[in-house]
Design a protein around this ligand. Structure first.
Ligand SMILES: [Zn+2]
Ligand SMILES: [Zn+2]
Length: 97
């Protein structure tokens, strides 16, 4: 399988490609597990996945799957109300309208 090339193949120029599996992602704060080739949204989520020195199934350790253009990204669940929930008075009024 040919590896995707950032800036072509329909993936962004700033994408990071893992040569072993061909997975790609964007964002320097992401962590890709060399053991199971899952991608995590943050180091703390990755640490949780690797707790005990093994690959824990993210679904069983309270991480949430988000579908991104590059595949599944595992991260902490959104706060109550969600990241996209109303944040300002205007937003709340708009949401209620
Ligand atoms: Zn893993
Ligand atoms: Zn990989």
């Amino acid at each position: 399988m040919a590896l995707p090339i950032p800036g072509s193949d329909g993936i962004p120029k700033n994408a990071i490609v893992h040569g072993a599996c061909g997975s790609w992602w964007t964002g320097a704060e992401r962590s890709h597990c060399g053991g199971c080739c899952r991608t995590f949204s943050s180091l703390t989520a990755f640490d949780q996945h690797r707790k005990g020195g093994r690959c824990n199934n993210p679904a069983t350790i309270a991480l949430a799957a988000r579908q991104k253009p590059h595949g599944t990204l595992w991260g902490w669940p959104a706060p109550i109300g969600g990241y996209t929930g109303p944040r300002t008075r205007n937003d709340i009024e708009e949401a209620a309208a």
